[in-house]
Design a protein around this ligand. Structure first.
Ligand code: GLY
Ligand code: MN
Ligand code: MN
Length: 439
């Protein structure tokens, strides 16, 4: 196992609780999900619950209170049960769980329906995402109903339902050192796994074989596994943004788009490289690669404190449109094309998303005041691409079937950025030299 610094869970709780002066937050664990019958998917904890408590098993509901006087964190947990634990492993006693998490109180999950509404109904606001769990939905509904009566009698009681993200999203956008250690490690493991995957790219191999190399690299590097379904798209498959079948073969003239990321301690990396099966960028594929790389380099050069994901997306899109004009895929003026959106079939996604516990981590790109400025500690991807699906480019049909994306992970620092995945080259010669077919 990889050794990683501990999370400051109780500091995070104190910070969040200070932003809930009249409220209680309700966070249920993710349910166990079944593929079919009684075959479970490997368990992945709910990101918000994990962020505040470190609890990464099922059957938990956390109540975090910002009201003075009472307990700050109450956990409702399923008690050990030898008949169940025989199949899924031993569980902590409630006392062990209290010591492990630092919760003020731990109660049996079976008492939630009875005790939960009373713990919530005195708060003005209940922070809960409706639909997160049927049991919690019922508890919150009852608490709101009790809160209304209580308010009639005493002047206070639960009457506002709010989203936990209102408090947690801004916190999660600025990563602390424990989080950065995990993201950095996920990035390192991903870079190493890509070297193995790239070495397996050659004409005739199955996309699944490259997927296997990437994912074996993740596990060998000590990662939990892939943060999201690995994408290996050869040729036209690279034009499908979330192509995850990985069931085709790599042909001689193909570009192969690989989009994958390791998850380490529940934190994600997210990297894309697009390489020629032949080991040489040439012809229309080489031209498209150059256009996307120019956009990615420009975005990385412009990123840093003070700029915004909005501004990066705008300037990247402008450069990609200039690239589309040079490639002969579009005609007209850059401003017209941007205004009319005729570039969108070729660049249908955004340039960046936040990265963290979730691959597409929550957080704002804009606020009511305008684009959100980047600050040290924020982590995001830079992933321009151009995609020419069949039939999309009558002006230059030889581009059809080409899909290129280049994606790196970026940490904002005090005076610029740290490209966490920079060890994996994007320069066409250097990158192609990592491909098996490269002589
Ligand atoms: N792998 C999903 C994405 O790049 O956003
Ligand atoms: Mn991404
Ligand atoms: Mn990706």
């Amino acid at each position: 196992m990889i050794s990683l610094p501990p999370h400051p869970f109780s500091e995070r709780r104190a910070f969040a609780a200070a932003r809930l002066p009249d409220g209680v937050m309700v966070l249920p664990s993710s349910p166990v999900r079944f593929k079919n019958g009684d075959s479970e998917y490997r368990y992945r904890p709910d990101s918000e619950l994990y962020y505040l408590t470190g609890w990464d098993s099922p059957d938990c509901v956390a109540l975090l209170s910002g009201m003075g006087g009472g307990p700050r964190l109450v956990l409702f947990l399923r008690e050990p049960d030898p008949d169940v634990d025989l199949w899924t492993g031993p569980r902590m006693s409630l006392e062990e769980a209290r010591e492990r998490t630092g919760a003020d109180e731990v109660r049996p999950l079976g008492s939630l329906a009875e005790e939960g509404p009373g713990l919530l109904s005195g708060a003005d606001r209940i922070y809960y995402r409706l639909g997160a769990s049927p049991e919690c939905d019922a508890v919150v509904r009852k608490a709101l109903s009790q809160g209304r009566s209580r308010r009639f009698r005493s002047g206070s009681g639960a009457h506002v339902l709010a989203d936990p993200g209102a408090v947690l999203d801004p916190m999660r956008m600025r990563k602390d050192d424990a989080e950065l250690a995990r993201i950095r490690r996920a990035a390192e493991v991903t870079v190493e796994a890509f070297r193995e995957g790239l070495a397996g790219v050659s004409p005739g191999v199955g996309e699944w074989e490259i997927e296997a190399l990437l994912e074996a690299g993740f596990r060998r590097g000590g990662a939990d596994g892939p943060a999201f379904a690995t994408i290996v798209g050869a040729g036209v498959h690279g034009c499908t943004l979330h192509y995850v079948e990985n069931g085709g073969h790599v042909a001689e003239g193909d570009l192969v788009l690989m989009d994958a990321g390791a998850e380490v301690g529940y934190y994600a990396a997210d990297v894309t490289r697009t390489v020629p099966a032949s080991g040489h960028f040439e012809g229309p594929g080489g031209e498209v690669y150059a256009a996307v790389l120019a956009a990615q380099r420009q975005a990385l050069g412009a990123a840093g404190p003070g700029t915004s994901l909005e501004a990066l997306h705008e300037s990247t899109t402008r450069l990609l449109v200039e690239g589309l004009l040079s490639l002969g895929a579009l005609t007209g003026s850059v401003d017209e094309i941007l205004e009319d959106g005729t570039y969108r079939p070729f660049y249908p996604h955004r340039t960046s998303h936040w990265l963290g516990l979730d691959t597409h981590d929550p957080g704002y790109h804009r606020t009511s005041e305008g684009p959100l400025g980047l600050e040290p500690g924020m982590v995001f991807t830079v992933e321009p691409g151009l995609y020419f699906r069949p039939g999309s480019c009558p002006a230059r049909p030889e581009l059809e079937g080409i899909g290129v994306r280049i994606e790196d992970d970026v940490l904002v620092t005090d005076d610029g950025i740290d490209v966490l995945t920079a060890a994996l080259p994007t320069d066409p010669e250097e990158l192609a030299s990592l491909v098996a077919g490269c002589p």
